[in-house]
Design a protein around this ligand. Structure first.
Ligand code: THU
Length: 131
């Protein structure tokens, strides 16, 4: 299984493909499943700003489109513009949807201070999920 640093390096790599001409705030995300599969995503903005897709939801959508059925272990999120770029509220809800009540590690880049590790249960207490 890959290390947190390696997963973060994948998020750092995909950020180069970000389409963020309006905010100039590129974000990259990499999702690791318990079978070792990894999916990447970056933010995709739009002239109609509200249609912007975040990096995390892009990565999760890619996993679903690829037919991934495993459990998510961790998500690394990176922006060169912000220390510890944390997932927005919408993305927290998306991550929780696929947590299956398990906790998921959220790996953030604290720049010169290394990685900051948190979890979806910490970032979204009492998360909502239909059963
Ligand atoms: N963004 C993400 O990709 N993920 C987040 O969790 C926070 C925000 C993007 C959306 C937009 O393209 C840019 O960051 C500025 O909000």
């Amino acid at each position: 299984m890959i290390t947190n640093e390696e997963l973060m390096n994948i998020a750092k790599d995909v950020v180069r493909n970000s389409y963020s001409p309006y905010s100039n705030f590129p974000v990259g995300a990499a999702v690791l499943y318990d079978n070792g599969n990894i999916y990447k995503g970056t933010n995709v903005e739009n002239s109609s700003f509200g249609l912007t897709l975040c990096a995390e939801r892009n990565a999760l959508s890619t996993a679903i489109a690829e037919g991934e059925k495993g459990n998510i272990l961790a998500i690394a999120i990176y922006s060169p513009k912000e220390k510890m770029c944390a997932p927005c509220g919408a993305c927290r809800q998306w991550i929780w949807e696929f947590a299956n009540n398990n906790d998921i590690q959220i790996i953030l880049e604290a720049h010169e201070e290394g990685l900051h590790i948190t979890s979806i249960k910490e970032l979204l207490p009492l998360g909502f999920k239909l059963r």
